[in-house]
Design a protein around this ligand. Structure first.
Ligand code: NAD
Length: 326
């Protein structure tokens, strides 16, 4: 039986990845500071610990794994990474995790490792128009990410590359573009736009207001979790060793996203634009390279993922309402 280690297995993408690896017949160890919030972990073994501590990293990698997935990071949506208040934590914590995991893997000869980078590494000056034609992997340099979160991801991409060159690692680096779906953060300050907007629409009465940060014309693309996991596994098992976008190329404005969610919810809502942290003006994934290298690209329409996610968020909102009696 093949063995996989998932770092960040208590998080959104990590917990879904564990489920998929189990379905594929792996023995899986998860490691995280916390258990998954919304469902029992399916990992065979779950190590609760802080990967900033080298001893935890060594305990996690105390045997040989066929595949290591490193998804643990100090991260959140715009409300967490763009205010500036969490910059030192984001950079220090995530860099420390990556330094520790790579070193622990080197000591145990676990050389096959997947790293989750982000579209946030791309330069901000090529994302100032809402009509973004798509960020291609070669656009990363000269580097100018718009957040310290992006700079840490870029540093770590290079760290993984250095371990590949100097220590013989087989490194696979995905640049995720806004992943969404059920069982992700939706109300704790770390939620991203799709979950946040699903919550706001679910909480709104028919005809009521939904608050949107900025003018809502800023654009993004959103990838449903199942396609993210599928792309990650395909990349891991390919022989492609450079960073690769894993994202949707169905770009929408935030106003359109809210409109779509309201349609799915069967509600009419009014957009109320308020000041808030925004990030870049326009972002989309260029999927030319993933199609060429993996002969696969994400293709599910945004609406389908929103239908599943809205249903889940609406149930959380309803359960919270019943708990508080509001
Ligand atoms: P998440 O916050 O749900 O999961 C990250 C997990 O890492 C959390 O469970 C957290 O507890 C864990 N963690 C943080 N610090 C830790 C520590 N010191 N020790 C042990 N565990 C620790 O985030 P996610 O959405 O599942 O993202 C997974 C990865 O993908 C992250 O590296 C993130 O930067 C990257 N990514 C995600 C997106 C997205 O849209 N979700 C986009 C781009 C990149």
């Amino acid at each position: 039986m093949k063995r996989a280690l998932v770092c960040g297995a208590g998080g959104f993408i990590g917990s879904h990845l564990v489920k998929r690896l189990k379905r594929d017949g792996f023995w899986v160890r998860g490691v995280d500071m916390k258990y998954p919030r919304f469902a029992e972990t399916e990992a065979d073994d779950f190590l609760l610990g802080d990967l900033r501590d080298m001893r935890t990293a060594q305990d996690a990698v105390d045997m040989k794994f066929d595949e290591v997935y490193q998804l643990a990071a100090d991260m959140g949506g715009a409300g967490y990474i763009f205010t500036g208040e969490n910059d030192a934590d984001v950079m220090h914590n995530s860099a420390q995790i990556n330094l520790n995991i790579l070193e622990a893997c080197r000591r145990r000869n676990c050389f096959k490792i997947f790293y989750s980078s982000s579209a946030c590494i791309y330069p901000h000056h090529i994302q100032q128009q809402t009509a973004n034609p798509g960020l291609a992997e070669r656009d990363a340099y000269p580097a100018a990410p718009d957040s310290e979160y992006g700079w840490e991801k870029l540093f770590s991409e290079r760290l993984y590359g250095a371990y590949a060159r100097n220590h013989g690692f087989q490194v696979r680096v995905a640049r995720y573009h806004n992943i969404f779906g059920p069982e992700g953060a939706w109300n704790d300050g770390r939620e991203k736009a799709p979950a946040a907007m699903c919550r706001k629409v679910a909480e709104a009465r028919d005809g009521g207001d939904v608050q949107i940060w900025g003018d809502g014309e800023q654009t993004r693309s959103f990838l449903y979790i199942d396609e993210c996991v599928e792309g990650s596994l395909r990349l891991m098992r390919s022989d492609y060793s450079q960073p690769l976008n894993i994202g949707s190329d169905e770009m929408v404005s935030i106003n359109r996203l809210v409109g779509l969610i309201a349609e799915v919810a069967g509600k009419k809502v009014r957009h109320k634009h308020i000041p808030g942290p925004l990030g870049v003006r326009g972002r989309n994934s260029d999927n030319t390279l993933i199609e060429q290298t993996l002969l696969w690209r994400p293709k599910e329409p945004l609406r389908k993922g929103i239908e599943r996610t809205y249903g889940w968020v609406a149930r959380q909102v309803e359960a919270a309402r019943q708990r508080t009696g509001a």
